[in-house]
Design a protein around this ligand. Structure first.
Ligand code: 9MR
Length: 382
């Protein structure tokens, strides 16, 4: 066994660059991959991305620069961020982020042009509170997409053009969904037409950008069939869709409640979706992966919430195994998967800890101190 001493002194000097520096990394000095970065390890398979937020691209820049080959903007390119007031575009933050990515050789994913959430009121309602007409909405949508995609022309490799248009049972997301944050005013006002129109408009503004349809829970059979049908219909109508994004927000353990969506969360079901979509000739990106420590549908109370210090070793291992199993499948399908993105960079900045309950989650590959976790080791050692 080579001496640990040179590695340890290097670790003191460059703790973030050298990935095998955390005390918990097993056999760091012995593993041939201990000093490799994530993007180096996956260079022969696909891009490995992370989503960065308004500040995390600065606070987490060493990790982003060293380990990732792609960057998605988590919130900075959503409708309300770019055009909160009609006609007034605010590009500064998104520009800074994209410039950072490009200066550091990261591929760029723009997220998301048309979504039912994070939209300003003026988009769907007139000043008297009445809904705008279909023509007005489509014209506002075209104006937004044209301005945004033209602004970033040549600087964004892939756009999530339409996000989450389908429901778990395979029906279109409409304005009549039960929960307010699930309702789609796009559909309510414009009908399904807005989807094709969004892609045509984005393509006209930047013909070289790859245009994606992005959605979640692709492991649910009814959902994956509906997404396939939608994509097939769009392609048959010559709509310029080039790829499909599978979000992959998953859990360490699938739910054992058969009525909970995550009970269907298996490697096999997700692989089926990937291969089904790819059969249409589309490029596949895994766009928003994270692995929550919590089991879907389980009635947790505050006393059950994990802190970083209280996560049992067995659960850390389970999370690592889950990452390993999905990444093994991604590698096996690397002829059709071009990019795998984590929804966050490190556990100190994850949407899963944003809920009102105050429940913290630790779903990523790096811990709150930006050190690699068991999950990181698990996808590096194959
Ligand atoms: O991570 C995003 C979080 O910071 C926002 O508060 C949230 C608002 O809805 O959106 C999160 O990102 C979502 C993404 O845009 C689309 N897929 C689901 C993501 C997680 O909710």
């Amino acid at each position: 066994m080579p001496s640990l001493r040179p590695l340890l002194s290097l670790c003191l000097l460059f703790p973030v660059i050298l990935t095998g520096c955390n005390a918990s990394a097993p056999n760091a000095a012995e593993s041939p991959n201990a000093l490799m970065t994530l993007k180096e390890r996956y260079a022969d398979f696909f891009l490995v991305g992370a989503t960065a937020d308004l500040e995390s691209y600065i606070t987490h820049s060493p990790l982003l620069k060293n380990h990732f080959s792609s960057m998605t903007t988590e919130n900075a390119m959503k409708f309300e961020q770019l055009q909160n007031i009609e006609g007034e575009f605010t590009f500064e933050t998104a520009d800074n982020m994209i410039n950072f990515a490009r200066e550091n050789g990261l591929s760029t994913r723009g997220h998301a042009l048309v979504w039912h959430r994070q939209t300003p009121d003026w988009l769907f309602n007139n000043s008297d509170g009445k809904p705008v007409s279909k023509d007005e909405l489509l014209s506002k949508m075209r104006a937004h997409i044209t301005t945004v995609v033209s602004h970033f022309k040549g600087r964004i490799e892939a756009w999530d053009v339409v996000n989450e248009a389908i429901m778990d049972d395979g029906t279109m997301r409409t304005h009549t969904e039960e929960a307010d944050d699930q309702k789609s005013a796009w559909y309510g006002i414009a009908g399904e037409e807005y989807i094709a129109e969004a892609f045509h408009t984005a393509h006209a503004a930047d013909p070289k950008a790859k245009l994606f349809y992005n959605d979640y829970y692709n492991y649910i059979p009814a959902r994956q069939q509906a997404i396939f049908n939608l994509l097939q219909t769009l392609l048959n109508q010559d709509v310029p869709v080039h790829g499909v994004g599978l979000q992959a927000h998953i859990n360490t353990i699938p739910s054992n409640d058969p009525n909970h969506q995550s009970s269907q969360q298996s490697v096999k079901n997700l692989e089926k979706a990937i291969q089904l979509y790819a059969s249409l000739g589309l490029e596949v990106h895994i766009t928003e992966m994270d692995v929550s420590l919590y089991i879907g549908g389980f009635p947790y109370t505050e006393k059950d919430y994990y802190t970083e210090a209280s996560i049992p070793e067995s659960l850390k291992l389970k999370q690592a195994e889950r990452y390993a199993a999905f990444f093994e499948m991604f590698r096996r399908n690397s002829d059709i998967i071009a990019s795998v993105t984590l929804w966050g960079i490190a556990d100190d900045n994850t949407w899963l800890s944003e809920f009102d309950s105050g429940r913290a989650d630790f779903p990523l590959l790096f811990d709150t101190q930006h050190q690699p976790k068991k999950a990181f080791d698990a996808i590096m050692n194959f």
